[in-house]
Design a protein around this ligand. Structure first.
Ligand SMILES: Cc1ncc(COP(=O)(O)O)c(C=O)c1O
Length: 387
């Protein structure tokens, strides 16, 4: 990374006031606010408090801008991006909108974040589908077992891009190719990779990609976007519909019109009016990603993880539990040891925020972290292992 880019990361760190005191390694749960997000929200609160004007047009404009921003980040077109409230929102569009028949099979992994499983379990119950769990190998999605699980009734694979508990990044290109070969819709929960791993959904020919923005995207909680390929939009029945699923051309003075055509874009699959404060927060946060570049953010995070991994590798007390393979690694790094609960308590006491997941300590390394954060964690690990 050149000096200029390095400097940009140092400058961005200053926008996160928590970095003065706290070492925050928990963006895999939810990201911290930065000053521009707060400012954007505060400004709108002031406008609403004054109540002098109707600012709803600004909200629509912000929403449209966000479509363009997220489209540019993932290699999509604006008309393929919808704004939602959660990752689950996008998953449910697929689960209840895809053209599936009773008896069709949906494949999920047996080590999956529950968002995918519960959504498809409910769809399976409602639509008489069969939910098939593919057994993992060493807790990783196994391509051979996936191939073996495919039957002529298999219609959907729903999978996390990056697994929440160890950061394993699935190879969407390889898996997507198998899906296409067998005519299987590929639905991707992208939340644990969005903002830190580059992606091009057109190159990958994904059908649906959905991501909350409350974690790595550093936006307020309760906001998300989804990508629906143009091809999928042609065959996807909206599982719900709102009055904003049609084009009012920003004219809200004459609403007794009940035969307007639906939007011919992902906007048709959104649901009602927007959480405006969230939209503003999303926009302010997304500027950081546009300024730094997702490639650079990934490289920055991986370099910091390498520093930590080098310490763990040299220790007989700790062991790495996440993949360090280039194509499978992400910005989530995990390791384990005996007395995990005590270790977690010890780390928290040092003002270092992270979580335990499925038998490991999970370290989420992000754009505001730096080497001194990693060194503080290493110090905490050192004192624990020697106590
Ligand atoms: C892989 C994964 N999917 C989804 C979610 C969250 O789903 P939602 O945004 O619907 O709450 C999380 C974490 O909370 C996650 O780790």
């Amino acid at each position: 990374m050149d000096n200029n880019t390095h400097q940009k990361f140092s400058d961005v760190r200053k926008l996160f006031p928590h970095t003065d005191k706290i070492v925050y390694f928990n963006s895999g749960s939810y990201g911290p606010f930065c000053l521009p997000v707060r400012q954007a929200i505060d400004d709108n609160v002031a406008i609403r408090l004054a109540a002098e004007s109707d600012d709803s047009h600004d909200a629509f404009a912000t929403r449209d801008e966000l479509r363009g921003i997220y489209a540019s980040m993932i290699g999509a077109d604006e008309c393929e991006i919808g704004i939602g409230a959660s990752t689950s929102f996008g998953l449910n569009i697929a689960a209840f909108g895809l053209p599936l028949e009773p008896g069709d099979e949906v494949i999920v992994s047996d080590v999956e974040f529950p968002a995918i499983v519960y959504c498809w379990r409910a769809a399976a119950e409602a639509r008489q589908l069969k939910l098939v769990f593919v057994e993992s190998t060493d807790r990783q999605f196994d391509l051979d077992k996936f191939r073996n699980a495919i039957t002529d009734r298999t219609k959907v694979l729903a999978l996390s891009w990056v697994q929440y508990f160890d950061g394993y990044k699935n190879d969407l290109a390889e898996i997507g190719a198998i899906c296409r070969e067998h005519g299987i819709y590929f639905v991707v929960d992208g939340i644990q990779g969005m903002g830190t791993e580059p992606i091009d959904v057109h190159d990958l020919k994904l059908d649906l990609f959905t991501s909350g923005c409350q974690k790595w995207m550093l936006a307020p909680q309760g906001c998300a976007f989804f990508y629906l390929s143009k091809e999928l939009q042609k065959i996807l029945t909206p599982p719900f519909m709102s009055w904003l699923g049609v084009d009012w051309k920003m004219n809200f003075t004459d609403l007794f019109q009940y035969d307007l055509p639906y939007f011919e874009s992902a906007a048709k699959y959104e649901l009602g009016y927007y959480a405006v404060l969230n939209l503003l927060g999303m926009k302010a946060a997304s500027q950081l990603f546009l300024d730094l570049g997702i490639d650079n953010i990934g490289a920055h995070n991986h370099a910091l993880i390498d520093r930590l991994a080098a310490y763990i590798k040299g220790s007989s007390f700790y062991r790495i539990t996440s993949s360090m393979e280039e194509k499978h690694r992400s910005s989530l790094f995990t390791f384990s040891c005996d007395n995990l609960k005590q270790l977690h308590r010890h780390i928290l006491k040092q003002g270092i925020i992270l979580v335990q997941r499925e038998g490991s300590i999970r370290v989420s390394v992000h754009l505001f972290n730096n080497e001194s954060d990693i060194d503080r964690l290493i110090d905490a690990l050192d004192t624990f292992s020697q106590s």
